[in-house]
Ligand binder design. Structure first.
Ligand code: 1HN
Length: 354
């Protein structure tokens, strides 16, 4: 009877036959696309990443405790990874980006190294530290945006009196996706400094370019090491004053490569935005997962229907294609943001919507 029942159920038979076939082809490292196709080519972006917010007062407290358990020298870089709760243990905040908070205590240095992954730093708290990038020693002030391009030698130090903390964002997951990572340590702990503080900004980002500015070198990345907050904030105020306020993003500038107007790095692009008091942003979404850091003020961002309330130096992340909307109350707020948009644009896959 059992045999007769199996024959009477053609669906059952075909299932068995298919499974036997799949088992057979797997020995040849072959697999049926038709079983997985719908999950691979999705009609809309699919992500395991979830929206998340890190409150600075909590992070700061825990970060200072790290100062007690490990020195910057032992750690190489004393960084707490901002792990996306949707994908813990991967050192990712989005699928393509790493983010972390770095602490350097008075008297410490973080030794010179270089790697293929590009980094950006957005300075959160403390005064008196510097980062030296490609021979330019740059002081770090709250809100400064500092780039460390692919293979650029860099070291940090804190000759000041206060702990200094900043946000690090790297394209490391992108580099590792391509399995193209290289890194190198130098014999000398610190670089030879041959450019004074602010040199690259003054040379390249004030309306002139050094004659014969190395066009090839700076087509893919900005020559500017530090875009100081003190120079950026007045530009946002100008936009606000003339009403140049985007309905989704507020009064926003894009950090640009002054040689060609392109993004600061080929893999990562950044913006700085002033949300004027009373701002109620229209909804927005885009395929670039975006990390925000709060430079000034407080407000609320509704992400995928969920409200996230933020204050100064908080960091939050919006995964790809999640709809979001910023609102601020009775004071202006300033938001820094960084994403993989330039990489997606270079590949022709970036999209935005509402
Ligand atoms: C790195 O080199 C730094 O140089 C910071 O400060 C964070 C995260 C992953 C890999 C390398 C730095 C990093 C990093």
């Amino acid at each position: 009877m059992a045999v007769a029942t199996a024959h009477a159920d053609p669906k059952h038979n075909i299932k068995n036959a298919r499974q036997a076939y799949y088992d057979k082809i797997s020995k040849y490292h072959l697999a049926p696309l038709w079983e997985v196709l719908k999950g691979l080519v999705t009609p809309e972006p699919k992500t395991q990443m979830i929206p998340a917010l890190w409150k600075f007062p909590e992070v700061e407290k825990l970060m200072l405790e790290a100062g007690d358990v490990i020195t910057a020298e032992e750690a190489e870089r004393r960084v707490l990874v901002l792990e996306n709760p949707g994908d813990p243990g991967k050192s990712k905040i989005t699928n393509s980006l790493f983010a972390g908070i770095q602490l350097i205590m008075p008297g410490e240095i973080a030794e010179a190294h270089q790697h293929v992954a590009s980094a950006i730093r957005f300075v959160l708290k403390g005064k008196g530290a510097y980062t030296a990038v490609e021979g330019e020693k740059s002081s770090m002030e709250h809100g400064d945006f500092i780039i460390t391009a692919n293979w650029a030698p860099h070291d940090h130090g804190n000759p000041g009196k206060e702990p200094v903390m900043w946000l690090d964002v790297l394209d490391m997951p992108t580099v590792n996706h391509f399995q193209a990572s290289f890194a190198n340590h130098f014999d000398e702990k610190m670089q030879n400094v041959n450019h004074e503080d602010g040199d690259s900004f003054e040379r390249y980002a004030t309306g002139v370019l050094p004659d014969g500015a190395a066009a090839d070198t700076f087509m893919k990345r900005s020559p500017v090491i530090n875009y100081p907050y003190a120079k950026m904030k007045p530009i946002l105020e100008r936009l606000k004053k003339t009403g140049d306020i985007d309905k989704r993003h507020g009064a926003r500038v894009r950090y640009a490569n002054p040689v060609n107007g392109g993004p600061v790095l080929p893999t990562m692009g950044a913006n700085l935005s002033l949300l004027p008091k009373g701002f109620k942003g229209e909804p927005y979404r885009s395929t670039d997962g975006t990390v925000f850091a709060v430079a000034e003020g407080k407000g609320t961002t509704v992400i995928d229907g969920q409200p996230f309330e933020w204050g100064v130096n908080d960091v939050f992340v919006i995964p790809p294609w999640k709809r979001y909307q910023h609102t601020v109350g009775s004071e202006d707020a300033v938001l820094f943001s960084i994403s993989d948009r330039p990489a997606q644009e270079a590949l022709g896959i970036w999209r935005e919507g509402n």
